[in-house]
Design a protein around this ligand. Structure first.
Ligand SMILES: Nc1nc2c(ncn2[C@@H]2O[C@H](COP(=O)(O)OP(=O)(O)OP(=O)(O)O)[C@@H](O)[C@H]2O)c(=O)[nH]1
Length: 203
C-alpha cells in the first residue's frame, strides 16, 4: 500500500489561446483568488490541489500551459501523460473559438487517446461582450464528443464544478478501466492510481 494520502492521482492540463483565462481558472480553483494584473504564462506552470469527493481523496496535478504560439513545442510535451484536458476559449473572443479545430489537431497528435477533454467557455461575467453563442459552442463540443461548461474565473462561476466534475468523470473512467482489465496484467506507466473505492457519481 502506498503511504500517499490520496486514493487517486490525476493529471489535468489546460490548453487554449493566450489570454482566455487559463491561469485565472487555475488560481481561482487552487487558491480561491482572481489575480490582478496576471502576466502571460511562460512555458508551463504547475499547481496541486487535493479534493475529497464523497469520501474519496483525489489529488489533482494541474498544469497550466502558455497559450502563445512560441511556447507550443514545450507545452505539447505535457499532453501525453494528461488524464484530462481543459480546452479553454474566451466567449468574448470569436478568434479564440475559431482556433479550436487547431487545438483539437494538437490533442489528436500529442495526447493519449483515452484523454477526457472538456471544452470551457470562460469570462461569462462579460455577458454583454459575448461573441460566441452558447448553443454554437455546445453543438461544437457535442460533435467532438467533448463535455462543455461555461465559467467565470473572475466571479468564481462554475470553476469548482469544472474541476470536481472532471475529477468525478476520471474516477468513473478509472473504475471502468479497472473492471475492464480485471484479469489482465496492469499496463506499466499508465500514471493512474486505481483502487476499488466507494461510489462517486456525477451530479
Ligand atoms: N472578465 C474576466 N476576465 C478574465 C477572466 N478570466 C481571466 N480574465 C482576464 O483575462 C486576462 C488573461 O487571463 P490569463 O489567466 O492570464 O489567461 P491565460 O489563458 O492564462 O493566458 P496565457 O498565459 O498567455 O496563455 C487577464 O487580464 C485576466 O484578468 C474572467 O473570468 N472574467
Amino acid at each position: 500500500m502506498s503511504m500517499e494520502d490520496y486514493d487517486y492521482l490525476f493529471k489535468i492540463v489546460l490548453i487554449g489561446n493566450a489570454g482566455v483565462g487559463k491561469t485565472c481558472l487555475v488560481r481561482r480553483f487552487t487558491q480561491g483568488l482572481f489575480p490582478p494584473g496576471q502576466g502571460a504564462t511562460i512555458g508551463v506552470d504547475f499547481m496541486i490541489k487535493t479534493v475529497e469527493i464523497k469520501g474519496v481523496k483525489v489529488k489533482l496535478q494541474i498544469w497550466d500551459t502558455a497559450g502563445q504560439e512560441r511556447f507550443r513545442s514545450i507545452t505539447q510535451s505535457y499532453y501525453r501523460s494528461a488524464n484530462a484536458l481543459i480546452l479553454t476559449y474566451d466567449i468574448t473572443c470569436e478568434d479564440s473559438f475559431r482556433c479550436l479545430p487547431e487545438w483539437l489537431r494538437e490533442i489528436e497528435q500529442y495526447a493519449n487517446n483515452q484523454v477526457v477533454t472538456i471544452l470551457v467557455g470562460n469570462k461569462i461575467d462579460l455577458a454583454d461582450k459575448r461573441e460566441v453563442h452558447r448553443q454554437r459552442a455546445e453543438e461544437f463540443a457535442e460533435a467532438q464528443s467533448m463535455l462543455y461548461l461555461e465559467t467565470s474565473a473572475k466571479e468564481s462561476d462554475n470553476v469548482e464544478k469544472l474541476f470536481l466534475d472532471l475529477a468525478c468523470e476520471l474516477i468513473r473512467e478509472a473504475k471502468q478501466n479497472t473492471l475492464d482489465n480485471n484479469d489482465s496484467t496492469p499496463m506499466p506507466g499508465e500514471g493512474k492510481n486505481i483502487n476499488y473505492l466507494g461510489c462517486c457519481s456525477m451530479n
